[in-house]
Every structure is written in structure tokens, then in C-alpha cells.
Write a protein that binds this ligand. Structure first.
Ligand code: PMP
Length: 367
């Protein structure tokens, strides 16, 4: 008989580990990687310079309060720096929020095609995931509210959502907040906020500033082009910031991340250029792909969801294999309950044209 081995606590083995976007294609050629919603424009050169300069003092622990970074964020958005908590990516902050506010017997609520991390962090906290259906691949406030019980402690909403690219207007978000019990924490995950160009959209800063129970998370991984450094931030009510600061690692961001993030925040021209790039290519890609007879979910972010027919050979799996054969990597989204779709991140102009050409070849070859 083998000796008893340590066992993780309930819920942990129910988790399907997060599968990142693939980054390699067979044959060792450099792929066109459009699988992780990274920016084609890279980070600000000022951020890279700050990162490099930080390399001169790696024997020192970083500033555990990430002061320079919190101050840069606070300056940019006119916020109170005491209410900003930084993390190793917004992933870490979402996970810390779950660990601080959820435990066995509690329910964490999110939507049908919501970002996959929510299920993972709810289960990791020992709580029960509850899923609200969406309407036309979009979060549905009434459906979320209908699933609230006395056990609901946290509601996670990605706005805009990954992988659908759909969003809720700030009025809808306010209606959600107003309909939730006051002791339920609403987490607004605004990882793609900078890309959104809609008059009725707001990331939620004001809602956080004027409530005790709403948190907004943001990231440097997308439009800021610093995914490799793992930098995220949360804007929180004072009591939530206090809870997160008690449970986070005392040095959860490295010194190069703090320095590069602060420099990136101060280079808004770089962000504006990235927004312009997205504004040009998001409608172009949507129109070109629709012209091929494929359905595209209207997106406000830096990626689009493309839907394929179900016939074998013409379906999402076949297209994924076909594109990989041409060195192009998109993201399959089966884990999101969307086996018939592929998610495509907006790339450089040349990459976008290459994807449309390859999709045209796929559709044509199998028409
Ligand atoms: N939220 C959403 C909706 C995302 O798509 C992502 C990135 N996949 C994240 C959060 C996490 O980003 P990061 O940890 O790199 O900040």
C-alpha cells in the first residue's frame, strides 16, 4: 500500500487549468501570433528604457507599495493613489479578490462566455461558481440579477468581455450595481477599456469612487504592450484596498515592472497611437471577414470572434489547422462554450492582411 499523499482542498481538482494562447507552429517558422490579445505596436520605448535601467539594481527588493506606479496611474486618471492596488497582472488581483471575499459555501457569479479565469478563482477559493446566461453573446443584467442568492458574494463582469468583444453600457452597469445587494462585491474587469470608442461606455472609475462595493481591474498587458512584465492594477473602495493589501505578497511586483509601468503611464501618445491603429483595423477586419461569408460578433476591443459553419472540413477546428499550416495562430475558444468560433487579435497591417488572405483561401478552397 502506498503512503497517503497530501491532497489539495475541495474544489482545486475541479479546476481546468487556464490554457494560454499557443505561440508556436510546426516547422519552427516564426508564426503570426494573434492568439493572446497582445498589441502589435509593442510597449512605449520609454517603458523599455525604464525596464532596462531597473536592471542596474536587481539585488534590491522592489518598493512593496509600488509607489511610483500607483502615483503615475493616479496622476493619469485623477485618482486617490491610496485606493490603487497593483498586482502581477490583473490575473493576480482577480484571484486576490476571490480569496479575500469568497470561501466555502459562498457563490461567485459570472456570465456564460465570461473570461475563464473567474471560474478558476472561484473554485480555488473553495466557493461555488454560478453562471448567468448571456443574450446574443452579451452579458444580460437581468439574467445576472436572477441568479443572485443569499450566498452570492462576488459578481465578476468583464467589460468589454473576452472572448466575445461585447460590452455593457455604463447605464447597464449602474443598473446591475443598483440591483445587487450592497454586500455583494461587483468586480468590473476592464482589461480592454482603453480600446473602447463608444459614448455610452465607461470603465467604472466613478462607480468605484462613489460606492463601497465595486472594484475595477485594469492591465498593462494589452494596449500598454507589457504582458511579459505582468502588471495590473485595481481601483478600490478603501476597505477593499485594505483587504487586498493584507493578503497580497509583500513584493508582488518586481522593480522593473514598477518602473516600466510608471513610464508607460506617462507616455499617453503611445496609447493614442495604439487606439488609432485599432480604430483603423477593427472595422476593416470585421468587414473583410464578413465579406467572406463568415459571421463576426461586433467587437469594441482589440480582437474579434469569428464564427464558422458546423460541417466538418469547414468548421473552426479545420480553419484553425489550415491557418496553423500557414503559420497563423488564432485562439480556439471551446473552453468558453464557443466550439464553433475562433478569436482573432488585431495585428499589424501586414498580419491582418495575411489573415484575411488565409481565411479567403480556407473559405474558397472549401466552398
Ligand atoms: N481580464 C480579461 C478580460 C482578460 O482578457 C485578461 C487577459 N487574458 C485578463 C483579465 C488578465 O490580464 P493580465 O493578467 O495580463 O493583466
Amino acid at each position: 500500500m502506498s503512503a497517503p499523499a497530501p491532497k489539495p482542498r475541495a474544489g482545486v481538482l475541479d479546476i481546468d487549468a487556464y490554457v494560454p494562447g499557443e505561440s508556436q507552429v510546426p516547422g519552427g517558422v516564426k508564426p503570426i501570433k494573434l492568439s493572446s490579445n497582445e498589441t502589435p505596436l509593442g510597449p512605449s520605448p520609454k517603458a523599455v528604457a525604464a525596464f532596462t535601467a531597473a536592471g542596474a539594481a536587481l539585488e534590491r527588493y522592489p518598493d512593496g507599495q509600488a509607489t511610483a506606479l500607483r502615483q503615475a496611474i493616479a496622476r493619469r486618471f485623477g485618482l486617490n493613489p491610496d485606493r490603487i492596488v497593483c498586482g502581477a497582472g490583473s490575473d493576480e488581483l482577480i484571484s486576490l479578490l476571490a480569496h479575500a471575499y469568497l470561501g466555502p459555501g459562498d457563490e461567485g457569479l459570472f456570465t456564460e462566455h465570461g473570461f475563464l479565469l473567474y471560474r478558476i478563482v472561484v473554485l480555488a477559493a473553495g466557493a461555488t461558481p454560478v453562471v448567468a446566461p448571456e443574450t446574443n453573446l452579451k452579458a444580460d443584467v437581468d439574467a445576472i440579477l436572477a441568479r443572485v442568492t443569499a450566498r452570492t458574494k462576488v459578481v465578476f463582469l468583464a467589460n468589454p468581455n473576452n472572448p466575445t468583444g461585447t460590452y455593457l453600457s455604463i447605464d447597464e452597469v449602474r443598473r446591475l450595481r443598483a440591483g445587487l445587494p450592497a454586500d455583494v462585491l461587483l468586480v468590473l474587469d476592464a482589461a480592454y477599456a482603453e480600446y473602447v470608442r463608444r459614448n455610452d461606455y465607461e470603465a467604472g472609475l466613478e462607480l468605484v469612487a462613489t460606492s463601497e462595493n465595486t472594484v475595477m481591474t485594469r492591465t498593462f498587458s494589452k494596449i500598454f504592450g507589457l504582458a511579459g512584465l505582468r502588471i495590473g492594477w485595481a481601483y478600490c473602495p478603501a476597505a477593499v484596498a485594505d483587504a487586498l493589501n493584507r493578503i497580497r505578497g509583500p513584493f508582488n511586483l518586481g522593480a522593473p515592472s514598477i518602473a516600466a509601468g510608471a513610464a508607460a503611464m506617462d507616455d499617453w501618445a503611445h496609447i493614442e497611437a495604439a487606439v488609432r491603429h485599432n480604430d483603423e483595423w477593427l472595422p476593416w477586419l470585421t468587414a473583410e471577414i464578413e465579406r467572406l461569408g463568415l459571421k463576426v460578433t461586433p467587437s469594441v476591443a482589440n480582437f474579434i470572434l469569428v464564427h464558422f459553419p458546423t460541417e466538418p472540413g469547414r468548421d473552426a477546428a479545420a480553419c484553425d489547422a489550415f491557418l496553423k499550416g500557414r503559420g497563423i495562430i488564432l485562439r480556439r475558444v471551446m473552453g468558453y462554450g464557443l466550439p464553433g468560433a475562433l478569436r482573432l487579435t488585431i495585428g499589424t497591417g501586414a498580419e491582418n492582411r495575411a489573415v484575411v488572405d488565409a481565411l479567403a483561401a480556407f473559405v474558397g478552397a472549401r466552398a
